[in-house]
Design a protein around this ligand. Sequence first.
Ligand code: GAL
Length: 836
Amino acid sequence: MKTTSGIVLAAIASFFLLSSCNSKEKEALPRERTSLNKDWNFALNADSARLLNGEVVRKLNLPHDWAIEGTFSEKNPSGCGGGALPGGIGWYSKEFTLEDADSAKKIFIDFEGVYMNSKVFINDFMVGERPYGYISFRYDLTPYVHPGKNILKVRVDNSEQPNSRWYSGCGIYRNVWLVKTNPIYVDLWGTYVTTPVVNEKQATVKVVTTLKNETSEEVNAELTSLVLDAKQKEIAKSVSAVKISKRDPQEVTQEIQVEAPVLWTLENPTMYTLRTQVRKDGILIDQYDTPMGIRTFQFDAQKGFFLNGKQVKIKGVCMHHDLGCLGSAFNVRAAERQLQILKEMGVNGFRCSHNPPAPEMLDLLDRMGFIVMDEAFDMWRKRKTTYDYSRYFNQWHERDLTDLVLRDRNHPSIFMWSIGNEVLEQWTDAKADTLDIQAANLLLNLKRDPNALAQEDSGMSVNSLLTKKLAGVVRGLDPTRPVTAGNNESNKNNHLFRAKALDIIGFNYHEYAFKDVPSDFPGMPFIETESTSALMTRGYYRMPSDSLFAWPVAWDKPFYDSTFSCSSYDNCRAQWGSTHEQAWRVVKNLDFVSGMYIWTGFDYIGEPTPFWWPARSSYFGIVDLAGFPKDVYYMYQSEWTDKDVLHLFPHWNWKPGEIVDLWAYYNNADEVELFVNGKSQGVKTKGKDEFHVMWRVPFEAGTIKVISRKNGKEVLTREIKTAGEPAQIRLTPDRSEIAADGTDLSFVTVEILDKDGNLCPWAENLVNFEVEGSAFVAGVDNGSPISLESFKASNRKAFYGKCLVVLQNNGTEGKIQLRATSEGLQNQTIKLKAEE
Ligand code: GAL
């Protein structure tokens, strides 16, 4: 056994040397937070022994997801539900160097997320383990490190699968930071900022700061909390003298008045910064920034959600954490792109389903203006898959839930906490242990046994007590936000409801039961925590478009359809769900419904309902896995935004004489008129609560054109031509200048066109990519839920005419050239650049 106390004493002694210092130290950095993402050594499964022997097996940078590099197989234990990609046990190691001066410091390592079952070792001491793959955590390395070379090793075990109902990814898939502080410092997540009073003239910013003193005696210090405006200009502050005892963390409460506050709104999400400074003997010994916002909100039983006094319908989407072909390896630009695409559609809400997101995702949501539901768990004690978190729940739930709230409670974008999604504790006997989750879903949603509910006269059940406990943990740490949960049992005798511990009643689906909410839950605000679950494959259309496909058809029979495709006419949905139009119609028209979170914004890897292998990613998205909007995206845009929308679909490449349903989504117009080869097919108008119009016409090659008009004047026009044979490639980057920071991305849309530039809607050409200069191919995709091609290859087949290549900067500055080639097609080259 190594002894650590000597190192600790040395650290304390040198701190005091430091604090009796001269002006040079006064300028020293009080806290350093550096990225530890670069230059890790990695090995998987059998190769790990080599890494542990000190051999370099493979060098890589974090965030990293080894599963996304793997090969799809029906035999992978994750199953199609988990994305059919491999799991395993991975080891990571990294050397880092500390200076002599660092002996005076506290040395911490912060992991934002490791999936899953991580164990962390520093210089061969194990410092801790964390089963939950979505939680952020810190270890104090101080007793185990020394000046010079130190070695970190991380074991990640995602070998026991299935442990998730969707694709989890594997590895250290979020950022890692090395943090150095003085022994008197602001604790991890050590600020709690609330705004108890907000009006036009003034806002009271209440700050509770947790300070730690790891020296050998009580110290007198000074705590300054400054509020900086969006331009980082100091506008208000509070200074307090504090005595910090040497053992327990100390909480200090301050109140700061901000004059004429600029409120955080969805349109202008103004962020302030709270800057915390700790001084001892006039010397700055710690400085810590907390981004914050000022807003008021309320959930009302009759009128739903109010932000800054204004009624706002929550038009939200649920999202899982994968970033398509990049897997779960977090990347700020990839997340930002998702949010930009959603924002363009009119989305104003984001549910982190069903687990804590990357902290940078919340930073983006703050800065871009979304109404966030931050969710803790997909299961409690009752499992949903064989090896899931339910195995760790008893031991870890309190810690994980606490850490989630402590980490996230300063984000102005978060408006509610969810303690769980469709946990099986809603029922007394949930039967899911013996059924696969799709069958259980059908059974529990559609054929419930009343005996599985709480019995009215039997007092508080264990499940209700657990609900109460979890809600209590959250409320104890953050009484400013309501607690909810996603329930797929709408009966008031659901054990979660019977706990009377939820502040907002949340239903997943069950729109038919909304009418009973005011009488079943008098005085309670209500939200549709999850809605819709409509199914669509981008580019695929099943006619007639007015016939509905509710898939899978039965809970006890495997579902099969030879197409492995779901229609993009909004006429296909899960049994327990509804079409997009149905769900929105209900939410739009009921004032007491605060809003909805649609399942889902983007497709995600895993859960390929209604199919199974070779399907391996979801059909639920409004946007496909590659980030290409499906048609219904424009239905929402026409309803949820003010901009003029006119979207005509499908394409115009059919068999001669084939009867085709043509739909249009539009807004800001009284009527739309369709022309086929110049001949009018009639003027159409949407009736009340209708969201599209349709014409049924026989196909004849040529041009279709739709015009929208208001007061007789043309608003927009759209035209689609019958495409000829594939002849050329078009490359369209979302950004042609990216940062030379080693992480920035350009998402390049690849389209197969005929010689006249029309998109070939059936094209499946294989496109090869060659990159030169300051970037590499980070991933490729085409949005097909059944493609078994590698996400990491440098080629991709087009899917309904399109695919995607993602370029990532390689850390150098300079030119980038992307060349796309495909047999029989004219090549295409584009130039981009990476700049500091
Ligand atoms: C819900 C569940 C989601 C997803 C969805 C698919 O019941 O909360 O995680 O499985 O069904 O329709």
